[in-house]
Design a protein around this ligand. Sequence first.
Ligand code: TYD
Length: 130
Amino acid sequence: MNVVMINFPKIENILGNIAVIENETIRFEIKRVYYLYDIPSSSIRGGHSHKKLQQVLIAISGSFDVVLKDGKTEKKVTLNKPDIGLLIENNIWRELENFSSGAVCLVLASEVYDENDYLRNYNEFLKSKK
Ligand code: TYD
């Protein structure tokens, strides 16, 4: 599986840094932004794939792990830098776990929310890959 990490351009300053995200930097046009916060450290989030939606995840604060599965191989990525995003393309199963205290996961999504775009059953996901 090809894991795509995106380095956002930074404006570094002793008074504090700025990281900039534009549609051109990621591979799709952003239609929706949301973030996960107040996440208990024992939480396992995700547990689904999307038929169409792509997204970029960013650990805006703290850290967490993302497990990606394409039906054949599996990769685990730790996100812990606010200027690095993980691109998750459509038809990839993801699980988010091992959240640090105070972790905030920013999500940039290519589509508006649509429950019909989700596959939430892993066996159905595997079937869809055949
Ligand atoms: P889900 O996408 O499964 O969260 P995660 O992948 O972070 O574990 O969404 C959790 C619940 O929230 C689910 O019932 C759908 C709902 N939801 C919305 O209503 N609107 C949204 O924009 C999102 C992302 C989720």
